[in-house]
Design a protein around this ligand. Structure first.
Ligand code: ZN
Length: 357
């Protein structure tokens, strides 16, 4: 198995992960599992290496304790996929519709051969527009139990939305809400039917989706999920399903105004409760850079305050330290009083999302 995929699997199965942004960090790891460091400074390199060490450790843990999980091949994965498609179709009464073809490919069809996604779906309209076969494509190098199911669930939900849309209403770019709602519903059904370990879903949301830099494509999905989360909290999963059934047309006409005076209603749906709590936790994240993380961690417990000159941080010049501390001060993580720097924290805040670059 590709070294990079091993690291990725390790990341999704760990109980209490100590890593930052899985997807963003993976852009700086080669297929051989080596750090790609030419764009990185010393602190960023250090940070990336520490993250790779965590991924490796969690993969060896899996290798030892869950060997069956790692032996899964494409054929077995396809069986899981068939099962998933059946259940998803049942939920949306699509039993008589054609099932999507799921292809595991080395490269996406032209013109997407260089796209940096793990999976893609082409509805009828898109398939015609780009002259590719309708269906779901998963990139082979990322296929692994616990990750592929999440990718498929997302694409399968796009497929369902497509099926719910009349062909002449289908559009080639998803309307706002579509990415968020397919993510949300896909994860809900994965939880409901227990297709994968819950911790994969939790890690995916907290350290994958919910933890990306603002300009990273994954964060679009997650930001759109906020509205869906609100709809689910106030109006239940039935409302989410109803919206999906309205297809792309319904999604592009969806207005949050219809939900603004609704109140959060407790639900007995244990899967929805679980999913909501994962999203809520992921949304407690706030963002700091690798450098800010470095300074913050190296100045823990500065209860009595120190002058800048007294802070010995080998990797940084004094001016740089000052700038980073100013940033941390703006974020409320450190304080400067009478030119003395204070950091009254004893440990780093575990919901900080750390940007590599
Ligand atoms: Zn999508």
């Amino acid at each position: 198995m590709l070294e990079k995929t091993k690291l990725l699997i390790g990341a999704y199965y760990i109980d209490n992960p100590k890593f930052a942004q899985i997807d963003e960090i993976f852009k700086y790891i080669s297929d051989e599992g080596e750090p790609i460091t030419n764009e990185l400074d010393e602190i960023q390199k250090q940070f990336l290496n520490s993250q790779i060490a965590e991924f490796k450790e969690s993969y060896s843990f899996l290798e030892k304790n869950r060997p069956n999980l790692l032996k899964i091949n494409n054929e077995e994965l396809s069986k899981v996929f068939i099962n998933m498609i059946d259940k998803f179709y049942e939920e949306f009464n699509l039993k008589n519709c054609d099932k999507p073809k799921v292809s595991i490919v080395k490269k996406f069809p032209h013109p997407f051969e260089n796209a940096n996604y793990k999976a893609m779906n082409f509805n009828e309209h898109q398939a015609e527009k780009f002259n590719v076969e309708k269906g779901i494509y998963l990139l082979e190098k990322y296929t692994a139990h616990g990750i592929s199911e999440i990718m498929l669930a997302h694409e399968l939900m796009h497929f369902v939305v497509g099926e719910m849309t009349k062909k002449n209403n289908q559009i080639s770019q998803s309307p706002f809400f579509e990415e968020g709602i397919v993510d949300f519903m896909g994860l809900y059904l994965l939880l409901k039917y227990n297709f994968i370990d819950e911790k994969c879903i939790k890690n995916w949301l907290i350290f994958g989706r919910g933890n990306c830099t603002e300009n990273y494509i994954g964060s679009i999905y997650f930001r759109e999920s906020k509205q869906i989360l609100w709809i689910a909290k106030t109006s239940g999963i039935e409302e989410v399903i109803k919206i999906i059934k309205s297809g792309q047309n319904g999604l592009s006409n969806l207005s949050m105004k219809n939900y603004c005076d609704k109140k959060v209603e407790p639900t007995k749906d244990e899967f929805l409760n679980k999913l909501i709590s994962y999203y809520d936790y992921a949304l407690t994240n706030f963002s700091i850079s690798a450098k800010e993380n470095y300074v913050f961690k190296n100045t823990l417990n500065l209860v009595n305050g120190k002058n800048l000159d007294e802070l010995l941080l080998n990797e940084l010049e004094k001016e740089e330290i000052e700038q980073v501390i100013n940033n941390l001060t703006k974020k409320g993580l450190m304080y400067i009083v009478d030119k003395k720097v204070y950091n009254p924290n004893n440990c780093s805040i575990d919901t900080m999302k750390i940007k590599l670059i």
